[in-house]
Write a protein that binds this ligand. Structure first.
Ligand code: 5AD
Ligand code: SF4
Length: 436
């Protein structure tokens, strides 16, 4: 009899990749993937808690499974990830949703398979959260991301931005061994992946916990020397740690993409100070100048937050002027959401109407810039890695700078590098034809 699993993933790329590790443990036990709740024998929620809405969505979806569990007693429901790693949440989940079988955290995701074995063998409901992260290199990975392979280089975060819960649920920075990373990348390339994306909450801190200096630039240099045509990307960079060495190696190495995600959060130095970001508006702008002087066509993207408790209208206008000055390719924009355990949650909060008004103005401005930047590409020819088939003969992929391109082809181009002439643009998407 075939057994099936379904994983519901919330949040960032780190979670997407960690779901590949949960999937690896299920595949190892003979389960097959499905998108159908009714067919699944194991349903896993890999949760996020960075903003209130991510938590609420997960709660709602877990709650909706009560009926299914009642009808199918053998169904195993497991919940893990950032939300469950918060103190007290596992107890609350057990009370609110007594039908959950397994609760695990971010620190012990590699034990998920064993917890499932125990649940099936002894029938006992299982909660397991540990309070310090330990590296486990022996987790099987079932990659689901097409042509791109995610590779973790550093776990956790030491920065404690005053709004952010991540350091509280993912522990302190722990870098992986360089040789282990290089071996994993070589395996991915041997398996046919065409793009490697290095992951970490702050990739620029890679190696600091091991007492190494300039380790990230040296890691990039070593990876780029691996044989074969492939693209190398990384995320996320912290402006306080991004060094000239990293930008130099990006500029001088063709297979490292000219694409950097550099979250600014705010354009106001005083808000940045209250956020404990450890850089100023001027420093951020000088980084942008440094990047563009070395890599003129670099695709720069960012995260921006509005409505931080101490943000005045003047501070917000500083964010708007920074956005106008930098002209990001695109930006993830967020309304500040108070998070338990964080200092900013204890400050007097701004009115919801003020937050809503600011996010609307920011999104309108960034949309205008994104469209202008996209329109500038019309007429140009870009090398695109064909990453996905999205319709009959319709494919999509990204340029080196990270711009999304759709195009049609009568041939299957998945996994191939193709030159595309851009003939139109809509918001952040470009449309074009294969150039022969
Ligand atoms: N509220 C809103 N956005 C947040 N982020 C982190 N914490 C919060 C919060 N409490 C945003 C930041 C970060 C991105 C991943 O999520 O912009 O860069
Ligand atoms: Fe959160 Fe700041 Fe760490 Fe990013 S750097 S994960 S925003 S604490």
């Amino acid at each position: 009899m075939k057994l099936y699993y379904k994983i519901n993933t919330y949040g960032c790329q780190m979670n997407v990749h960690e779901s590949e590790k949960i999937a690896g443990q299920l595949i190892e036990r003979g389960y097959l993937p499905t998108d159908d709740d009714n067919l699944a024998d194991v349903i896993v929620f890999n949760t996020c808690c960075i903003r209130d809405n991510a938590e609420r969505r997960a709660f709602g979806n877990v709650g909706a499974l009560k009926k299914l569990k009642k009808a199918k007693k053998s169904l195993i429901i497991a919940i893990g990830g950032c939300m469950t790693q918060q103190p007290g949440v596992a107890d609350m989940l057990r009370q609110k949703f007594p039908f959950i079988d397994i609760i695990f955290g971010t620190y012990n995701l590699s034990d998920f398979g064993k917890m499932l074995d125990d649940r099936l063998k002894n029938g006992k409901k299982f909660t397991s959260l540990i309070d310090s992260y330990s590296l486990n290199e022996n987790v099987p990975i079932y990659r689901t991301s097409g042509t791109n392979a995610w590779v973790n280089i550093i776990y956790g975060c030491n920065n404690f931005c005053t709004y952010c819960i991540v350091p509280h649920v993912r522990g302190r920075e722990t870098s992986r061994d360089k040789q282990v990373i290089l071996d994993e990348i070589k395996r991915c390339l041997d398996e046919g992946y065409k793009e490697i994306t290095l992951l970490g909450q702050n990739v620029n801190s890679y190696g600091n916990d091991r007492g190494e200096t300039n380790a990230f630039a040296s890691l990039l240099a070593d990876i780029s020397k691996i044989d074969g045509k492939f693209r190398l990307r990384f995320m996320t960079s912290h402006p306080k740690d991004l060094s000239q060495d990293v930008v130099d190696i990006m500029a001088s190495t063709p297979n490292i993409c000219n694409n950097i995600h550099l979250p600014v959060q705010s354009g106001s130095t005083s808000v940045l100070k209250d956020m404990n970001r450890k850089y100023t508006r001027e420093h951020y702008l000088s980084l942008i100048d440094m990047i563009r002087s070395k890599i003129p066509n670099c695709g720069i993207t960012t995260d921006i937050m509005v409505g931080f408790p101490t943000e005045t209208e003047e501070d917000f206008l500083q964010t708007m002027s920074l956005v106008e000055q930098v002209r990001f390719l695109s930006a993830f924009t967020f309304v500040y959401s108070p998070r338990n355990l964080t200092p900013a949650a204890k400050m007097p909060q701004l009115d919801e109407c003020v937050k809503k008004d600011r996010i609307t103005r920011l999104i309108d401005l960034q949309n205008e810039i994104t469209l202008q930047e996209s329109t500038r590409c019309v007429g140009g020819v870009y090398e695109v890695l064909c990453e996905d088939k999205v319709g009959d003969n319709i494919y999509c992929g990204r340029t080196d700078e990270g711009k999304l391109v759709s195009f049609s082809s009568d041939y299957d181009l998945l996994g191939q590098f193709v030159n595309i002439r851009i003939d139109s643009a809509k918001h952040s998407a470009l449309f074009g034809k294969v150039e022969v």
